[in-house]
Design a binder for this molecule. Structure first.
Ligand code: 7TS
Length: 422
């Protein structure tokens, strides 16, 4: 059972090599089922993605063979659990190409990663009159933590606008890089629109004014190669459950110098060096930010998920998904009454749309009867809905295990909605 998931070396990546999707699908047991008597077409990957067998195996193995707390036991099980947990940190480091393992903090997910920065960095660096700059396409988890911080500090939240295609208006963004801006926090890829932001430009412009940048990588990490050193971002947060790993685990990357200078986030066990009632000293990175027993199994499962996607190759995944997105865009554009919301030139696998005269919830309910899983609603991005003057969209979001046939099924499902509500 101690198979060699950790030892697996990523295959050489060449975007030219097509994916063997049927072979990949065989690794995802959940995809084999039928829903309402129809084969499941899982197109809700932006909400959460499915887990390949190696991830399931890693979780089961931890709980059946190695279950123990970490960083404290001298016994075998604790040593094995600690080694596996720390090995996963190394995998996350390689996944993001961070320089050092201590720059990787295990968190619950993107939400906790952003909150950690808002709490630890924000409370130390932001004072009355300062500003935080975000964009109009952020998920609520990259809005609300900054509002809480701003309210507490008497600081101000600035929002860079987007155009009708759902692209950031970069010249307006640049104008908002004012002297009092203490942090720029921007999504790498929008969950509601699919827009891939020009993050290199954003970082270059911000750094030119000495402003650090946090990237919300929740929707980028599952779909493209991320290189935090090449990007030179200061913080990068992502969620394990969207990169085919377990729920309740994710990672925050931060440059060591920044993390080192930040106060802790949560006090408790493991994050201290020594405690007396008079004075407590904190542990070194990354442990200073990992108070309490972490999601050990989750971190190990995330490591297995990273092995899995890197084994396929992020460039191949991106190339395949691009073809699927182009195919899906065509298919939906050919249906009269469908309006795509989010038509940026640079997009990742999201097809968000409204269908004339039919509420998105009705669209989603009919599609569900056809075995098609999509999300309907505001996608935790209410300001995006407001920007486009709509209450909600239906969103199909893709992963590398989706097929062109599933996109056809989606298009046929939408036709059926039209017949029913026509
Ligand atoms: N940022 C973006 C861009 C997201 O898409 C999400 C989750 C988050 C942050 C928060 O991630 P979490 O794992 O901490 O919850 N987005 C979605 C979605 O689009 N549908 O369900 C969750």
């Amino acid at each position: 059972m101690h198979a060699t998931i950790h030892e697996m070396t990523p295959a050489p990546t060449s975007p030219d090599v097509a994916l063997d999707v049927q072979r990949i699908r065989a690794d995802f047991p959940i995809l084999r089922q039928q829903v309402h008597g129809k084969p499941l077409a899982y197109l809700d990957n932006a909400a959460t993605s499915q887990k390949p067998q190696p991830v399931l195996d890693a979780l089961l193995r931890f709980y059946t063979e190695d279950c123990s707390n970490i960083h404290r036991g001298v016994h075998q099980l604790s040593e094995r659990a600690t080694a596996a947990y720390e090995r996963s940190r190394g995998k996350v480091r390689r996944f993001l190409n961070a320089a050092e393992g201590r720059e990787i903090i295990f968190v619950r997910g993107t939400t906790e990663g952003v909150n950690l920065v808002a709490y630890a960095f924000g409370r130390q660096r932001v004072t009355a009159g300062d500003e935080i700059l975000i964009t109009a396409m952020e998920h609520h988890s990259n809005i609300v933590p900054w509002q809480i911080l701003c309210e507490e500090k008497g600081a101000r939240l600035l929002v860079a606008p987007i155009n009708d295609a759902g692209e950031l208006r970069l010249e307006e963004f640049e104008k908002l890089l004012r002297p009092r801006v203490k942090l720029v926090s921007v999504t790498h890829v929008s969950n509601a629109l699919g827009t891939v932001n020009p993050v290199e430009e954003i970082i270059r412009m911000s750094h030119a004014r000495g402003i650090p940048v946090l990237l919300d990588g929740a929707q980028a990490a599952p779909h493209m190669k991320v290189d935090v050193r090449e990007l030179d971002c200061d913080f990068y947060a992502f969620s394990g459950h969207k990169v085919f790993g377990p729920t309740g685990i994710g990672a925050l990357y931060g440059k060591a110098a920044l993390l080192d200078a930040m106060p802790p986030f949560q006090g408790g066990g493991d994050m201290i060096r020594s405690v007396t009632f008079e004075k407590t000293t904190y542990n070194s990175l990354p442990y200073k930010f990992e108070g309490g027993t972490p999601h050990i199994a989750g971190a190990i499962g995330l490591g297995a998920a990273i092995d899995y996607v890197m084994g396929i190759g992020m460039d191949r995944i991106a190339a395949y998904e691009r073809s699927l997105l182009e195919y899906g865009t065509q298919a939906l554009e050919n249906i009269s009454g469908v309006r795509l919301i989010g038509t940026a030139k640079e997009k990742a696998g999201v097809l968000s749309f409204v269908l004339e005269g039919v509420h998105p919830h009705d669209v989603g309910t009919v599609l569900d009867q056809e075995g098609i899983a999509v999300r309907t609603g505001h996608h935790c991005a209410q300001p995006v809905m407001e920007r486009f003057g709509i209450p909600a969209t239906t969103r199909a979001s893709l992963a590398f295990y989706n097929t062109h046939e599933e996109v056809d099924t989606l298009a046929a499902g939408i036709q059926k909605v039209k017949e029913l509500f026509g």
